[in-house]
Design a protein around this ligand. Structure first.
Ligand code: EPU
Length: 356
């Protein structure tokens, strides 16, 4: 196929979007955070085009207020009402922008559901995203923490993104280097947390197999399923995830609540004295990654509940709202885990979810 050819496989509503999106006052975010916390934002809007986004940002009511961008709210814990404006980008669309036969570039609107996009890609036989199946959230949120699972991170198939730069009031295109992706991190999470509103992400996927199977039981499960295609691997990943992780539609949660900590050799050696079987993954700088789930389990918190909050019985890295918990209760529960793990192992767990 020629490199100039553009095939539109799905378009959202951006071509028909009204210039001015509605600005809602005192808007409930209960359905826009996967913990299901009943909180409100002073102002809310869902612009479905760049024009409506810039028009909204110019409105007098909100110009001076703090701004928070959320996708599907799958990695955020609200501990109180938000006194600013929540922008929930509504820009959709999945389009092939370059097709060189072996590799393709596909541009995806920020508001597309992440797993819907992964499903579309695997159905087409495009390799690169299958290990990231069933991760909750939107495409626009995926680069923020460089989502990762089962041996693959977003950065590996990431080509570039487009974003509205609030500082310089213009669209920018940021490549992989500019985004400074790391383990659950990027410039959007660290250096410039409130500077950009991501509108599109462009992915580089492959037509030939490049399956990543070396994580846990993935290879065995794939072989047992007689898998071949990215779609087959997607099914295996979905099975593994469903067996371990709670469905946010049933049990409010934000996925992994903490990051897996990197510790120095001295701390690791101390832990190993009492626990010779401690799992660990050394890095190039002589530091060691220890699974947070292991630390939380050994500290006695696996499946533990306080009121309506608890860790998930088969993956204690996930904190669950069993119904009606407040954000503050979830935060307090997580703080008890942090203190206890620190006391018992000398390791300070860092939260992965964004706190508001
Ligand atoms: N473990 C325990 N007890 C448990 C569960 C796990 O000790 O109850 C230990 C085991 O040693 C196991 C290790 O933790 O081998 C790793 O467990 P798992 O494979 O479940 O992965 P994880 O490190 O706990 C990370 C991601 C997950 C992702 C999985 C699979 C982070 C913070 N979390 O979890 O991401 O699905 O790997 O790739 O890196 C998310 O970010 O929301 C998320 C769910």
């Amino acid at each position: 196929m020629g490199s100039e050819q553009i095939i539109l496989i799905f378009t959202g509503s951006q071509h028909y979007a009204p210039l001015m999106a509605d600005l809602h006052h005192q808007f409930s975010l209960q359905k826009l955070n996967t913990f299901g916390i009943a909180i409100k934002t002073a102002w809310f809007c869902r612009p479905s085009s760049l024009d409506s986004l810039t028009a909204i940002l110019d409105r007098d009511e909100i110009r001076e207020l703090p701004l928070l961008v959320i996708g599907e709210g799958s990695n955020i814990l609200f501990t109180s009402d938000f006194k600013g404006v929540v922008i929930n980008p509504g820009i959709k669309g999945i389009e092939v922008v370059e097709d060189k036969g072996e590799q393709l570039l596909i541009r995806v609107g920020a508001a597309e559901n992440w797993d819907h996009w992964v499903h579309q890609a695997t159905e087409k036989g495009w390799y690169g995203l299958e290990n990231l199946s069933l991760i909750p959230g939107s495409v626009g949120a995926a680069p923020i923490q460089n989502i990762g699972a089962y041996g693959v991170e977003l950065k590996e198939s990431f080509a570039w993104l487009e974003a509205w730069d609030l500082q310089n009031k213009k669209m920018v295109k940021l490549d992989k280097q500019a985004c400074k992706f790391g383990y659950r991190s990027s410039i959007f999470k660290n250096e410039s947390p409130a500077r950009y509103i991501i509108t599109h992400v462009t992915f580089r996927l492959n037509r030939s197999p490049n399956l990543v199977l070396d994580y846990g039981k993935v290879r065995t499960a794939f072989a047992e399923a007689k898998g071949k295609s990215p779609g087959d691997l997607r099914k295996v990943i979905i099975q593994i995830r469903n067996s371990k992780l709670p469905d946010p539609a049933q049990f409010g949660n934000g996925g992994s609540f903490f990051k897996n900590p990197m510790v120095g050799r001295a701390i690791y050696n101390c832990i190993r004295v009492e626990h010779p079987d401690v799992p660990y993954y050394p890095d190039k700088e002589n530091r060691v990654k220890i699974p947070a789930a292991w630390l939380i389990e050994k500290a006695g918190w696996k499946g533990h509940k306080v009121g309506n909050v608890g860790t998930w019985p088969s993956q204690p890295l996930v904190i669950v709202n069993y119904g009606g918990a407040t954000g503050q209760e979830i935060y307090d529960f997580s703080e008890q885990i942090v203190e206890d793990v620190d006391r018992k192992f000398g390791v300070l767990l860092e939260r992965e979810v964004k706190l508001i």
